[in-house]
Design a protein around this ligand. Sequence first.
Ligand SMILES: [Zn+2]
Length: 325
Amino acid sequence: MDNTLTPYIRQFSHLRTDRTGGWTVATQGQAPHKPILLLSVLDLFAQRRIIDNLIEITPELGELFASYWLKVLPERRGNMALPFFHLHSSGFWHLLPQPGQEAALQATRQVDTLRQLGKLALGARLDNDLFQLLQTAETRNALRTTLIQTYFAPEYHTTLLDLGEINLQTFVYSQHLIEQARKQIKETPGEDDIYQPIVRDQGFRRAVVRIYDHRCALCGVRMLTSDGRTAVDAAHIIPWSISHDDDPHNGMALCGLCHWTFDQGLLGVSARYMVVLSGELRIALNVPGHLQTLEGRSIIGPAEQALWPHVEALNWHHQNIFRPG
Ligand SMILES: [Zn+2]
């Protein structure tokens, strides 16, 4: 083993963790926040999403954090802000202050929310040696195994190792979808069976929410909770059951309300990318609230023009799902 790795194996297996919070045997009687955050960071390295030595608090990191947390403690709510702040005591994780917040960050002993954390810190950087080590799969895997074996009960080891692999394949599939879309290459639906259904499903979601920068295309919201949940999901414009089409041109990132309303045909998008409202929204017993304000507004599409929805898909929705009312 590379002898620069040995001290990090030791540090990863000696994280200071809370043991007083009623934690179960699933997490060896300890709070799993730090190991789960580090597993999520290892995933981002595997996906080459951390290019510079800067780990930021992003929806991607939050979603990975939530994916691990739900596997071991679905009944309890996690909080990513806690380990992001407290890992600074590990020695290899260095918080970068927001401009002007150097002294405040230095003086802070406790952070409970992402809001507090975001006010104080831009993100974190790792020891340079560790950053270099994480460029190779072999060292990432050694650290991943250390975390899983140290902080989780044996019956979770395979699940957690598999989840890292699924997260990676999901990312690879999402990249593939985005690259094909950029090149305007259309695959025959179903021709490619190398991906498991869960990978296809999550890969489409991941591709779409990423190109929309985690914002709802219709109302514009972007929300991240401290336990890593985000408001938007990926909607197929022509439903998957009909189109079998995971091309991001057949998708939009939509929040829960807009997704339901779009699927019910109460909201649509014109060929000029304007939001259109069904007359049914305005029948007497409905209270459409802020949805009324969306009419005639341009959708919030991907930064890359080439990835905006195909007009043919929007037209199909307009003719088959939308209720003119
Ligand atoms: Zn919305």
